[in-house]
Design a protein around this ligand. Structure first.
Ligand SMILES: CC(C)(COP(=O)(O)OP(=O)(O)OC[C@H]1O[C@@H](n2cnc3c(N)ncnc32)[C@H](O)[C@@H]1OP(=O)(O)O)[C@@H](O)C(=O)NCCC(=O)NCCS
Length: 139
């Protein structure tokens, strides 16, 4: 699994000229495997995409989505939306009251996907938006 995650991230970094993940990939993947919740989507005998999120802050009850990634050859088939919905349901079921994420301002496709799932921009940094989905009023 570790190598598959590294490969999928490296592929995205190649496609985006290194703009996708701007930190060393191996320790980042190790951190995900050790501390995040990972949901994977397999099809045609291979890993097509995954979502990784942290549900560790049980005091604030804020969950954090660290990465959603679908292989380019499987893009546009609803896998990203499906993984995102799975994570939202899981975070809600664990009693978290909000779900946060950071996304590049130039990543229109991802921003659109997050907005449709009910996330909204709550602050703007240099190249990133911080987005939040409020779960406290959802059943
Ligand atoms: C963003 C990402 C996760 C979307 O995953 P996906 O499985 O392709 O998305 P979905 O198929 O669920 O589609 C979501 C929407 O984007 C559109 N879309 C997705 N890929 C598309 C493509 N290649 N061309 C045109 N539209 C596309 C879909 O049509 C859909 O919009 P709609 O419902 O209004 O038609 C994926 O493109 C990806 O991994 N990108 C690189 C990593 C990244 O940027 N992650 C997010 C930041 S952490």
């Amino acid at each position: 699994m570790k190598q598959e995650l590294i490969d999928i991230i490296n592929d995205q970094n190649t496609v985006t000229n290194g703009r996708f993940i701007d930190k060393p990939v191996v320790p980042y993947v190790e951190k995900i495997l050790n501390f995040a919740i990972l949901v994977t989507y397999h099809t045609q005998g291979q890993l097509a995409g995954f979502i990784a999120y942290y549900c560790n802050d049980i005091v604030s009850k804020i969950a954090f989505l660290t990465l959603l990634c679908v292989k380019p050859e499987f893009a546009g088939k609803g896998i990203g939306q499906h993984l995102l919905n799975c994570s939202i349901e899981d975070v809600k079921s664990k009693g978290f009251t909000s779900f946060h994420l950071e996304v590049s301002k130039d990543n229109q496709l991802a921003i659109h996907l997050y907005e449709r799932a009910g996330f909204e921009v709550i602050s703007s940094m240099d190249k990133l938006f911080l987005m939040k989905k409020d779960l406290s009023h959802e059943g």
